[in-house]
Design a protein around this ligand. Structure first.
Ligand SMILES: *Cc1c(COP(=O)(O)O)cnc(C)c1O
Length: 374
């Protein structure tokens, strides 16, 4: 029986197992900072963070101040790194919630100094450097960074970080170049008397494929905690990390009907039955995050067997081939993403079909899809 129209069953134990797998790979001396932005890639930021903190995570990373505040509201007292920039009106919240900002520019360092002065206490921050991603982060010369840090004595440079543009690509040299720029900067800062406690550059791909030069003493896994690793290109040294998905996405059957040969199914008659068929209508659609691009080119799992998606993905409904499932009835549960016995559909498969990446499949699962923790 389906308890809801459309829901996700999330295993925080699997997330913790994946976290421990990352820690085993990176080893002692490397702090593993789980990335729980975007509602923990739809796994639920609060529940996921609670489980990870209970399992020993001392740091969590989010994108923005609002996400950090949500964790504080839930009583989570681990260190929280805010990675993707702070708006001017958000700085008070950074200090008030004891969030640790990633500063993206030398001007940000000045802002942090003012904030620390006003608040009457030291403000620890991480500084992001742009080594080639060309997105957030400073491109300032080491001398200017040293000067800016020196002019902000009430703020403390606790960490230095960068982000790789092509971490899973072992054919090109971009990661090697980015990391050597980063290492050169670290050395110049050290020569200027500045040695941040944390250095970090690696997200899931750099961990999973053993790009050890990027691990430094802190890593920032996101996707891998949720059980996925992006495919690599070129030849990675070795695949070190093995993880399993933690989220199963299900929907209720709303109606089962028999249609004759020649019947069309869904918008624009995208599917036409070549033989008599049984069609099941499911309570999920693109408003739930099921990719619209998967019309006619996906499959779900019904009673342990694959069933093809028929026709277009509608806003709130999917139609699937239930011809092989004579006992299927309204109220039964069907798996959109997950495994039943040997049958398995994962976010990587849906992403390939939709011409996108597993990140967007997970993050795209809509807020109205209930979360059930198992
Ligand atoms: C999202 C993000 C991560 C995590 O990346 P995954 O590929 O999901 O492991 C790490 N660092 C930064 C800066 C990010 O924005």
């Amino acid at each position: 029986m389906a308890p809801y129209r459309c829901w996700a069953e999330i295993s925080t134990r699997q997330i913790v197992d994946n976290f421990n797998a990352v820690r085993r790979v990176t080893g002692a001396g490397v702090e593993t900072m789980p990335v729980v932005k975007a509602d923990a890639y739809h796994h639920g930021a609060v529940e996921t963070s609670r489980a990870l903190v209970a399992a020993g995570a001392r740091w969590l990373a989010v994108s923005n101040v609002e996400e950090g505040a949500e964790l504080r509201d839930a009583g989570i007292d681990a260190r929280i790194l805010v990675m993707a920039g702070v708006l001017s009106q958000e700085w008070d919240e950074v200090a008030g919630r004891s969030l640790t900002p990633v500063l993206q520019s030398l001007e940000d360092i000045e802002t942090a100094e003012q904030l620390a002065l006003r608040g009457g206490r030291r403000l620890r921050y991480h500084l992001k450097v742009d080594t080639g991603l060309g997105r957030l982060g400073t491109r300032a010369e080491p001398e200017r960074i040293l000067a800016a840090v020196a002019q902000a004595p009430h703020a403390e440079l606790e960490g230095l970080m960068t982000h790789l543009a092509s971490a899973a690509d072992f054919a090109g040299a971009q990661s090697v170049e980015q990391l050597s720029l980063f290492d050169a900067l670290v050395q110049r800062l050290a020569e200027g008397g500045l040695a941040p406690r944390y250095l970090h550059a690696a997200s899931s791909s750099a961990i999973a494929y053993g790009r050890r030069g990027g691990w430094k003493n802190m890593v920032r896994p996101g996707l891998s905690l949720y059980g996925y690793v992006s495919p690599s290109s070129g030849e990675p040294p070795e695949r070190l990390l093995s993880v399993e998905p933690a989220l199963t996405w299900k929907a209720a059957v709303l109606e089962v009907k028999d249609v004759p040969a020649g019947a069309t199914v869904g918008y624009n008659a995208l599917f036409r039955a070549s033989r008599p068929m049984r069609v099941a209508v499911l309570a999920a659609g693109y408003a739930d995050g099921y990719p619209h691009q998967l019309g006619n080119r996906s499959r779900v799992i019904i009673q342990g067997r694959y069933a093809a998606l028929l026709g277009a993905v509608s806003m709130d409904l999917l139609t699937v081939d239930a011809t092989q499932c004579p006992r299927l009835k309204p109220g039964d549960a069907v798996t959109l993403l997950g495994a039943e016995g040997e049958a398995r559909v994962d976010a990587a498969e849906l992403a390939r079909g939709a011409g996108t990446i597993p990140y967007t499949v997970l993050c795209g699962i809509a807020a109205r899809v209930k979360k059930v923790y198992v």
